[in-house]
Design a binder for this molecule. Sequence first.
Ligand code: HDD
Length: 713
Amino acid sequence: MTDHPNRPPASPEPRGVSEQSKQEQLSESRKDSRGQYLTTNQGLRVSDTDNSLTAGLRGPTLLEDFHLREKMMHFDHERIPERVVHARGSGAYGYFQVYEPLTELTRARVFQDPSVKTPVFVRFSTVAGFRGSADTVRDVRGFSVKFYTEEGNWDLVGNNMPVFFIQDAVKFPDLVHAVKPEPHHQMPQASAAHDTFWDFISLMPETAHNVMWVLSDRALPRSYRMMEGFGVHTFRFVNAEGKARFVKFHWRPVLGTASLVWDEAQKIAGKDPDFNRRDLWEAIEKGDFPEYELGVQIVEEEDEHRFDFDLLDATKIIPENEVPVRIVGKMTLNRNPDNFFAETEQVAFHPGHVVPGIDFTNDPLLQGRLFSYLDTQLIRLGGPNFAQLPINRPVAPVHNNQREGYGQQTIHRGRVSYFPNSLGDGTPRPAPEAEGGYVHYAERVAGHKIRGRSPSFADHFTQPAMFWHSLTPPEQDHLVEAAQFELGKVEVFAIRERMVHEYLNRIDHSLAVRVAEGIGVEPPTEDASPAVTGRVPEVGVEARKRTDSIRTRKVAVLAADGVDDAGLSAVRQALTDAGATVEVISRFQKPLQGEGGEVKVDKSFMTTASVMYDAVFVPGGPASIDALKGQGDALHFLNESFKHGKAIGAAGEGVALLRAADLAGVDLSGPQGQPDLGVVTSDGAELVNLTQGFIAAVAQHRFWNRPKGQVPA
Ligand code: HDD
């Protein structure tokens, strides 16, 4: 007896992906209502959506107004719970391409064929803030990638820092409760700078490494396009012969890393809370597609115990001078979502979404995550069918006997929803390994049932100390200031003391002494930090920045009526040729009368601020400069740019505006300003040289050697 008159095909559906696979699938769910009549959800055309159905023009509303009832019902249920962590996020589509087959390392199809573009969806996020919080807070950033592979979805759910705060998932609720706004008054928003967080941290030395990263400039990415990503845990690669190796995943932005400074980040949070989201969106709309290379660190199984830390400990990196990162492919993000809620909000990541060739280790943090992520999707997305939401659907065929549940979208045909069966020809049936059936790596395990921590997880301070020593002096200054800010906000003095004496002093003595000074704590006298010997890997933002290009940087041009528009055009041309974006800023958002012709104004001092730009340029034109000298906004713009270390350029009379702004008294009497301080000027006519010098300064990102302490901005 057959299962159904229309028998399903007897052989498995073919598999395979192209860059467009996911988009083609999504297009079945996309809807455009332009030019259409308004209808109810039942398809009934609606004749009036402005007036409820009432008994008389001034009378009560009638129960039979089904349109009002349906519209309100839907509206009343539009919100879903936000993610308990990583609530604030931004997403984009793209593809991943491997550079060369990784057959010797893994059987995962996504790593076999350089001609295949595997579709991806990426979601970047902050961790602590609510869904509507600002982007530029001091925090870890989430870096989640969903690969829609021909073998099913693989989620690499990582962060922009390679380590985590805790070693065991059982501490995760404590960590998150401590960092979130305090429960009695729900403050502060999107900030770790409060008592409960530092109370918890001060009592949990295993957090030290991640705390150092979060106090560093890594926690203030200039752009999602300019930050690294990490899988954090040690995973396993398994090849077709069943040979396994340990692997750590790294994402390296092609633009290099760049960060904001703390004062700037706080100001941006007010001026444009969507700063990172907007940057990602606009870059993709413009065709400046963000790119990240994927790197792997491989450790042979037999080398598992050769390190002075445990590979299963997520608070440790594998130093790159011990195991180099091998770059294996590239991800390109080239499409913005159509609908934030449908795609970015409803996307559901899970570290347990793996494909053959990628497997887990016994990292206790990873093991706990494997339990947590499905749970969270149930509450957030309202039931077990979230994998059927368009953004979550794999492009690989899905066949199983899971049925019903809230929001079931699939019309499963036939009588059979169990296995084994004979009524459905014994299908859907498990696939043998050779046909892509997932077989867990047969790791041998033995042990007593126990609650405890391996002694190999016990060294909490050596790697944080290595991190500290790897930073450049300006980066160390930033970290000290960050600690002074965070701990300065802690009201219970004993927590500040504990942080200095029992925590920071065990990382680095000078660090503890410097932080103590800023927060009124008696500095420690004994040095309790570990000795850091040998080569220290470079892990700061500065070590990974790119200074050979200004692609996608934003340059502000300050101007007023009478500006040297020919000079402005020449500089604008040179900057845009080099890949930068230029915006002209003036007092009002209306065209300027330049010396030779009209100049379009992009923003006014009212609608933008220096913190939205990477650099600032002042063209000449005596009347323009005279006008700008009288505008406090223009002077503040320059001072603030100077304070934040940004390249400043001025041509001709423009130099007089820099003098008027004072810029901490920097001597501008020379012909070229102070290029070493990133202030590039030309009193004469050599615009070409000036432009080249300015571009070189913009490429440096920031100049930390400025006397910024005297800047009033
Ligand atoms: Fe997590 C979300 C990354 C530890 C439990 N996590 C979440 C997201 C990222 C990470 C990027 C946002 C996903 C998205 O964009 O939708 N989490 C990490 C990393 C960790 C980590 C890199 C350590 C290496 N997480 C971790 C632990 C637990 C969780 C130990 C619990 C045992 N994480 C969650 C969660 C979230 C989540 C509660 C909230 C929303 C979601 O999962 O989908 O389940």
